[in-house]
Design a protein around this ligand. Structure first.
Ligand SMILES: Cc1cc2nc3c(=O)[nH]c(=O)nc-3n(C[C@H](O)[C@H](O)[C@H](O)COP(=O)(O)OP(=O)(O)OC[C@H]3O[C@@H](n4cnc5c(N)ncnc54)[C@H](O)[C@@H]3O)c2cc1C
Length: 365
């Protein structure tokens, strides 16, 4: 167990059904989906301290606030996600998936009227427009009232990924290194990587796919995001406030111990993983429009989201090398999209079901 991959140094071949490159939200959930279906899997990940998945707020929300419409496929994604994360909590004996209503503060009277109107149509099942915000009004700027979004919440991504990594390690499913493209040998039906033979390799390498020679032709339109962790000293012991996510131009997500995540920014030009003064000031400014009492900044991080020009995931096989696959493009919504589409991809890979056209990478050929 201590050095289970010592086989790499010996002249012995080890077989797996799948190699997965990347242990972010995409790679982790793809790996669990395969393992659950009795496939053997090796995950290769370099364990970088900062990745989009590790720093994400992990929010899921059935509503697109700009237009007050359902988020794409929300009715299918949410029940699937609920089941997947609850099963993962059981397997990993942990608690990282939290249902939390979102308090949407209205910007003005006309927005309030629009929400009330929308609550009567199809999107209404996720909205509660008769919310009395009195319990939190002491700390927030709320002149026009608020509505509640139901069936929302967050995944503690850092805990989920950490628990999953420990599990993969224990089960001898993890190789910690930077994947070396020069060591990959591609055959028609299999691939070889060092001493490892697999039926397929699935790249779940997030924004690094733009440097991946097999998939750098896909139209990624990467988006950097910055996020703060703050504390609000005067909120100590105000339990009501700790339960809900507040949203108005930014989100304020309670994560326990009087700490809150605030975010996020969207930046398309500077794609470094370094937090910036500009990002910090933008987030402080937005937070002050929501929280009326003093805040303290505890942490400031930045990551790069694997967003795509048409805002849909990227699933499929390499057009020339069918033993090389991609599961990527989860963009701004990895938490909601990954469980459903990992299962969809599994059905395609193993059961020969066809891929939904709007997620198949063939749309870009
Ligand atoms: C500030 C911010 C806030 C966000 N908030 C939310 C949110 O509230 N809700 C939500 O759903 N989404 C959110 N997101 C988006 C979410 O983070 C992404 O959808 C998701 O993380 C994408 O996961 P991924 O696994 O595809 O990519 P990544 O997280 O980038 O994971 C890729 C993994 O592959 C590894 N890797 C890459 N190349 C190699 C290689 N050659 N060798 C070894 N390892 C390699 C990386 O180290 C990494 O571990 C947010 C993103 C940011 C930046």
């Amino acid at each position: 167990m201590e050095d289970w991959f010592s086989f790499l140094k010996q002249n012995v071949k080890k077989n797996f059904d799948y190699i997965i490159v990347g242990q972010g939200i995409a790679g982790t959930i793809m790996a669990f989906t395969l393992l659950k279906n009795q496939k053997t899997v090796l995950v290769i990940d370099e364990d970088k301290p900062i990745t989009a998945s590790k720093i994400a707020a992990g929010l899921y929300n059935p509503i697109v606030f700009k237009r007050i419409v359902k988020s794409w496929m929300a009715d299918d994604l949410i029940p699937f996600m609920d089941k997947f994360y609850h099963e993962s909590e059981d397997l990993l004996n942990s608690k990282f998936y939290h249902k939390k209503q979102i308090v949407k503060l209205f910007a003005d009277e006309s927005e309030k009227e629009l929400w009330i109107k929308k609550s009567k149509d199809d999107v209404g099942k996720y909205l509660n427009t008769s919310f009395d915000s009195a319990s939190i009004d002491e700390f927030i700027d709320n002149p026009f009232g608020a509505a509640l979004v139901e069936q929302a919440g967050n995944l503690d991504t850092s805990l989920f990924l950490n628990d999953s990594r420990n599990y993969f390690n224990q089960q001898e499913n993890l190789l910690e290194e930077i994947f070396d493209f020069d060591s990959l040998i591609v055959h028609d039906e299999t691939i070889e990587y060092k001493n490892i033979v697999a039926k397929k390799i699935i790249f779940c390498d997030g924004y690094k796919a733009t440097e991946n020679k097999y998939f750098n032709w896909l139209p990624f339109k990467l988006t950097k995001g910055e996020i703060l962790t703050i504390s609000i000293p005067s909120l100590k012991n105000k339990t009501d406030f700790f339960e809900k996510v507040i949203n108005k131009g930014c989100f304020v997500l309670p994560i326990g111990n009087n700490l809150f995540k605030v975010g996020a920014t969207y930046e398309w030009n500077d794609l470094s993983e370094s937090p910036t003064e500009k990002g910090k000031l933008e987030l402080i400014e937005k937070t002050k429009k929501v929280i009326t009492v003093p805040i303290e900044i505890v942490e400031h991080k930045a990551g790069v989201r694997p967003t795509v020009s048409d805002r849909r995931p990227l699933l499929g096989l390499h057009p020339e090398f069918p033993s090389i696959a991609i599961f990527n493009g989860l963009g701004t919504k990895g938490v909601m999209l990954a469980p459903y589409f990992a299962n969809h991809f599994f059905d395609f890979l193993e059961n020969k079901n066809s891929l939904q056209l709007d997620v198949d990478i063939k749309r870009f050929l």
